[in-house]
Write a protein that binds this ligand. Sequence first.
Ligand code: GLC
Length: 757
Amino acid sequence: MVEKFGELLSYTIDENTVSVNYEKSTAYIKIITKDIINFFVPKISKERKSKAIEYLDNNICNFTVEKRTGVIDIITEALIIKVYDEFMIDIYTIENELICSDHRGKRSPFIRRSGDYTLLEDEGHEYAKEEEFKVFVKKTMNEDTLFYGLGERTGSLNKRGYHYKNWNTDNPAPHGETFEALYKSIPFLIALEKGNAYGIFFDNHFETHFDMGKENSNYYYFSAVDGNIDYYFINGPQINKVVERYTYLTGRTPLPALWTLGYAQSRWSYGNEERLIEIADSFREKDIPCDILYLDIDYMDRYKVFTWNNNRFSNPEEIMKKLREKGFKVVTIVDPGVKKEKGYSIYDEGLKKGYFATDKDGVVYVNKVWPGDAVYPDFMNSAVRNWWGNNQKIMLDSGVSGIWNDMNEPASFNGPLPDDVMFNDDGVPMAHKEAHNIYGHMMAKATYEGLKKATGKRPFIVTRACYSGTQKYSTIWTGDNQSTWEHLRMSLPMLMNLGLSGLAYCGTDVGGFGFDCTGELLSRWVQVGTFTPFFRNHSSLATRDQEPWAFDRETEEINRKYIKLRYKFIPYLYDAYRKCELDGTPIFKPLLYNYQYDKNTYEINDEFLFGDNILVAPVVEAGARKRLVYLPQGDNWIDYWTKDEFTGGQYIIKDAPLDTCPIYIKSGSIIPIMEEMNYIGEKENNVLHLEIYGSNNGVEHMAYTHYCDDGESFNYRNGEYNEYRIEVSMEEEMKVKLNLIHDGYNRKYESYDYMIF
Ligand code: GLC
């Protein structure tokens, strides 16, 4: 039951926290920065024990507090927070314009009628009843409010009118718009109202709900079945500031190892060494670049994690070595479920040390996953994370370069884990009800720390389940999609919202996981994959072959063309990652991110920006050979294929035969490119190649900052990197200048060249 606060009585200040005393309770308002305010009411724990926010500086902020009858004003350099009776909050800009206000009044759910027109609301149909929640916060929304974020979601880019649940779920049925929950829980919402954005981060990892006006178009709410009121208001008004501030709290995607940006080929499963080598050789023979091959569950001995099936892979070290010589890295899947089998060292050791989750009586809890009866490592416990982290060495020693964490919702084939399965949060018991949504997050953290410790290099991890903040540890993919046009279309808003939710390093199974792909669908999908941060073709057991050459000559050619295009853009992509680590800017983003003042961008589901300079309008309809493209206002756009230039703020119809994905480069862009190679690092990049777009249109000055480092270590954090400032001026004649503005890495370009369009 949601608690009442009663009348506002008094307040005290302790450093950055204002404690507000009510008749029935005390609430804490913490000024994190002038633009980020935390609202906290302890219900289950006195302390704020965030799993998402781990490395926050406790800077002292300037703010003042004034109390009048029935209201307290907290004034920062950017915001006025008005706090009323019943813990009602209104937030204003420093210029006194209302940004966000709590909704007063009762809930008033939409009406449902049965066949005979009687109302169904009393049967608890669909809408979640307030009694089910211990935390319930309701905020006003206006006619024009739009919503974004919330991580991995089906449905459209704008989340207005949807209701979603955060409860990490492995549901193998084809994901559709009716799905309220998927694999990830990212309780972070961005509201856009009258062109101004703000964010709400609800840091509660019990089952939470977000309702964006589905229940009633006068308000939106977020709620939790248990836990504390613990949410952050994040000021904008620019959407990029909201994302920057959210990732300031929860962390940013660290610069990835360069090799991870190449193309990856996967399937369930390349089940033996012959097939794996055959795949690798085919890429080289067919002149299709590829850096990474994935091994799915069948490389293991009866799905026992950290083992190899030596009938299938007689000598893993040898195979990995052979593949490395051909320029391939191998990533292996590692699931959390540990096979319950006496004599299996991981199980025996974990059992002896008490490393597995138990039932409420302390007996090790058993469910079923791929290996049959299996137990669940308790990743809440730092000793277990260390142990799991150290086990990564087993994979590294066999020559593996990255780890793919799957089934970590956690999935269970024998019914859901009961709420009271117990974990140990470093001495504090934590029930599954609370641990569920962070299980994947803590597993990714364990894996990241283990890989980092063992190699000293940037770890590469892919995870399916996650929570806010997982971006610090892992890249993510969107789980088991299907080879359908519907799912190709759906992936675009899903990835855009993932990017807005801090998970910049994201992608889908290119070509689709379940069901059989077609040549046309793969051709269109690879055109999107080229621009997704995580670029991997993957498909399920017993579906038809889905490699680039598995369909027909045309499909193979299109795959070759676009995978090569991906490699061409890698220096530009790496620059985008650098920016992402510095300020949280997503890589695959909705047009509104850069064109917030252009309302036409607000609900574009099927175009996206790749970095700041490239707009992609892929074809996502079967049979379509033309499409409508919106080019946002304020910039001119150059068709990548024809080099025709268009002014922004208009819709155009673009011819898009199967081998053409409409791509537009912002006029005035300088794009660093990579020369053709089979895999990253095959050739040395001694010459910086640039493409310059927009010389015809009176752009007088262009500038771009290009970043380089060793592509694998953390030395860049000690200044071992170079940064080049490229400036192009177009007075009487064109001048291109290159300045080394940060000189910290000993490998430098020997020269540079450019092409002008
Ligand atoms: C899960 C994963 C999928 C993988 C399969 C077998 O369904 O989402 O990618 O291939 O398990 O490991």
